[in-house]
Each structure stands twice: as C-alpha cells, then as structure tokens.
Design a protein around this ligand. Structure first.
Ligand code: PBE
Length: 305
C-alpha cells in the first residue's frame, strides 16, 4: 500500500516534468513554416543541408558560399549523408518549412518532391554535367571485351530513374537491375555488340553509394556477370573511388561526375586513369529548394531575401 502511494506521488510529479521536457524539445527541433515576408537566413539558421563530405557538390557549395558572399553573411554548409538530407527534406516539405539542400539530377528527390534548382549566375556548379566511365590505365589491354562494353554503355536520366525509383521503394538493386534488363533486351543487345563472352575473368568496379551509381553499377555488374565475367562491386567514398582507379586497385568506375562536380579529383589523378566516355548526359548539380519558397529563385536570393 505504502509502496503504491509513493509510486503515485512520484509519477504525479514526473508526468508534468516529462511533458514540459517533451514540449521544450519539440519546440527546439520544430522550425516554423516558411514565411516569404521574413528574411530567409534566420528562418533556417543560415544553414544549407548537405550530404557526405567527399561529394563534389560539397566542395562546390563551399566555393558558392565564398563567391556569393554567403560565408561572410553567416551561411554554413552542414555535412551529413544523402539519406539524412532527403529525410530532412521530407520533413521540411511535410510542414512547409524553409530548407536549402545540395540537390542533383538524376535523383528521385526531383520526382518525389516539387523542387527547383536555384539560379547560379556565377556558374559555380557548371552548365553541363555528364557521368563518365573511367578505367585504370592498362585495363583496355588486359580486358578488351569488357572495355568494348564500356565504350558501348550509355543511357538516359529517364532510363536510370527507373532503377532508382525501384531501389528507393525498397527493391534490391540487383533485382531492379535484372528487371531493367528484362524490359530493355534490345538496348542490352546493343551494349553487348562486339563484346566477347568471358570465362570468369575478374573485374572490379568501384562506386559511391549515391542512388544514381547504385543503379548504373548494379546494372553493369549484372550484364557482365551474365556475359561470363566475375564482377565485384566495391562501395566507397568519392576520393577513395578515384584513388582506387588511379592506383589500379579497381578496374572501373561508372561514377565520375564531370566536367565540374569531380573536377578536383580529375585534376588530382590526371594521367592516372582513362576517361572512356560519358555513360549519361544531362546530369545537373546545384542548390535546390521546395517550390513553395516562392521568393527564393537564385543563390543570390539567399543573401538578399
Ligand atoms: N552527387 C551525386 C555526387 C555525384 C553523384 C552529385 C551527390 C557528388 O556531388 O559528387
């Protein structure tokens, strides 16, 4: 009996305290909805929501902070991961809150959400962007058949998006790749034109686990495995990916965003890799915001509006 009343007294005290704590922490993490009448910076703590540190878009955004005078205006770039960024984006959109992200295409974020790229009058992010296939020096000589496949392999952002959306919906990347192959027999045949069958030769492809590269790398692995090669795919950060090809630790990467996004790595490893071709045209990177942020249309607006 005594025990129970003691317990009751304690809980009657604890409940309001707990409630207060929850209320306070709720307020702190909950930004207000975007207000077009107010200056933007203070509404989101002058923060751009970024992704993994090694991504080229992060370096370019640091440059943008300088070039547009945002750094001196207190703006900062938050490092996280693609998953954390898209989840912050999802939450912001749910409550119509302000958010500025490092955005790129092809990616399902532009399919799933109404986003717009901010104009980049100082051209920090570059106008055209491709995803290139690169190999280690000497790969063409040691595996001319697979090299031939790489010379053939290219697709469009729309085609790539098919796999990306499936993977985003929880389908295993290898399964999504197989579904793509089943649906596009003619295209796969074209890619395999002049590509001799393998007999178990080992091939390694280095990639970064960005959605676009999960799609391309799994697709190519699947096609080459079926052609008789033994493909290992290795996920790593952007810089190690370039280094792997440059030091011949990996044979191939399908993840070189050029000429802008990975310019720093291309320069660093100049002469130590072979740029086979663009496997995809029409990629794009930049800063992006939800379309309900009507006043914000250019990177310059971050400072001025
Ligand atoms: N991305 C997606 C990468 C390339 C692929 C734009 C985040 C980057 O910034 O390096």
């Amino acid at each position: 009996m005594q025990k129970i009343s003691k317990h009751l007294r304690l809980s009657s005290l604890l409940v309001p305290i707990l409630g207060l704590v929850l209320l306070l922490s709720g307020c702190a993490s909950q930004l207000k909805a975007y207000d077009a009448q107010q200056k933007l910076g203070p509404q989101l703590n002058y923060t751009i929501t970024g992704i993994d540190a090694g991504a080229g878009i992060m370096g370019n955004t640091q440059t943008a902070l300088q070039v547009y005078g945002l750094k001196t205006a207190n703006w900062q770039l938050q490092t996280s991961s693609t998953a954390a960024m898209t989840s912050a984006l999802n939450k912001a959109i749910q409550y119509k809150q302000p958010i500025v992200i490092t955005g790129w295409q092809p990616h399902w974020m532009f399919t799933k959400y109404k986003l717009k790229f901010l104009k980049d009058p100082k051209n920090v992010y570059g106008k055209t962007e491709n995803i290139d296939t690169i190999t280690r020096i000497g790969f063409k000589q040691s595996n001319p058949a697979v090299y031939k496949f790489l010379q053939n392999f290219n697709w469009t952002p729309t085609e790539m998006s098919g796999i990306m959306l499936k993977v985003n919906n929880g389908i295993d990347p290898a399964k999504a790749a197989q579904a793509y192959i089943d649906k596009h027999p003619q295209q796969v045949k074209q890619w395999l034109k002049g590509v001799a069958k393998g007999h178990g030769q080992k091939v390694t492809i280095a990639y970064v686990a960005w959605d676009s590269e999960i799609a391309s790398t799994n697709l190519v692995k699947r096609i080459l495995d079926k052609r008789g090669y033994q493909v290992t795919i290795q996920a790593m950060e952007a810089q190690p990916m370039w280094a792997a090809v440059a030091t011949k630790a990996a044979d191939i990467s399908l993840s070189a965003w050029l000429p802008n996004t990975h310019a720093i790595y291309a320069k660093q490893y100049k002469g130590k890799y072979v740029d086979v071709r663009a496997n995809l045209h029409g990629a794009r990177t930049g800063l992006a915001v939800p379309t309900y942020m009507k006043n914000i249309n250019s990177i310059e607006d971050l400072k001025n509006k």
